[in-house]
Design a protein around this ligand. Structure first.
Ligand code: PZK
Length: 292
């Protein structure tokens, strides 16, 4: 497929194109697991994640407004996109304001998981954020915490940084604003997810600046690719929690004999179908709207 716009950034499963002074964020149907992009696409994944982001931007608007902030979404959906956007991108593209992106990943955690658990087991803290004794993988934290990280180069992992690192990068005033807004957005998102039977364990936001409002929420928001979603019904601290979206993929890869170094194997069609179903169910459960 040829997109008649300049490619300005490319992630594992997404692309960004320049459209005059704006950007087009395109979500593919590609899926990653264990740091690899799998050769088998998940039908509708790009459309589901785009629709979820669009829905979350709307849900989070009041929180952003309370903080004097905005979001970058200008338009989404076939009819609203500029002329020249290919039909194959229908539903998978968001037209957004071009921002000066801030050089930090704004991570909020309400539950202990992954790299947070590793850090906690080493030091009782996540970098400079102390946590109480006795927590285990999957524990709910007494309060959500802001654990920012650097934006890693391609192929590297993000690295957690202390709050002072955010101050160094963006100044004290903006650092405080990022922490406060990140935690407020996470709290509201987790509350909405909880009502839908989904634990929003943690998430990563990216912000940029523009003329006005100064602080603008960018990127994708509260999708399974930027967050850990767990089914509330199986939440049971003390071991890794099943992922709402990728568990079938991880389980199958684990039993496939794949060495996690070679190119990943094609997924069998039942795993593809079950995984597509999980994305669609996440959308339907969260929004209360049927997928179609
Ligand atoms: C921007 N990325 C990350 C990398 C992706 C996304 N509104 C914006 N203004 C300027 N730059 C960006 C955004 C946004 N969002 C974000 N890169 C550029 C990224 C790779 C693939 F889809």
């Amino acid at each position: 497929m040829t997109v008649p716009f300049e490619l300005v950034a490319r992630g594992k499963v997404r692309e960004v194109y320049a459209v005059d002074d704006r950007l087009l964020l395109v979500a593919s149907d590609r899926i990653s697991a264990y740091d690899a992009v799998l050769p088998t696409p998940i039908p509708d994944k790009g459309r589901v994640l785009t629709a979820l982001s669009v829905w979350w931007f709307d849900q989070l608007s009041p929180v952003l407004a309370e903080h004097g902030a905005g979001h970058h979404l200008l338009a989404a959906g076939n009819a609203l996109l500029p002329e020249g956007v290919p039909a194959e991108l229908a539903g998978r593209a968001m037209l957004v304001r071009r921002l000066e992106m801030l050089p930090v990943e704004c991570v909020a955690r309400g539950y202990l998981s992954g790299s947070g658990t590793s850090a906690y087991q080493r030091s009782g803290a996540i970098v400079d954020v102390p946590l109480p004794a006795g927590l285990v993988e999957g524990s709910r934290l007494p309060e959500p915490v802001f654990t920012p990280s650097t934006k890693a180069e391609v192929g590297e992992h993000d690295e957690a940084i202390p709050f002072a690192g955010v101050v160094e990068a963006v100044g004290a005033e903006q650092a405080e604003a990022l922490r406060s807004l990140t935690l407020a957005l996470y709290r509201r998102g987790a509350e909405i997810a909880e009502q839908a039977g989904i634990v929003l364990a943690d998430t990563k936001f990216e912000f940029g600046t523009a003329g006005s409002p100064s602080l603008v929420l960018g990127d994708e928001v509260l999708t399974p690719d930027s967050s850990r979603f767990w089914p509330a019904i199986t939440w049971s601290p003390g071991a890794p929690q099943p992922s709402f979206d990728k568990q079938y993929v991880r389980d199958w890869l684990t039993t496939s004999g794949w060495d996690r170094v070679s190119p990943a194997p094609e997924l069998p069609e039942d795993v593809v179908a079950a995984t597509r179903d999980r994305y669609v169910r996440a959308y339907e459960q969260l929004t209360g709207e049927p997928w179609s």
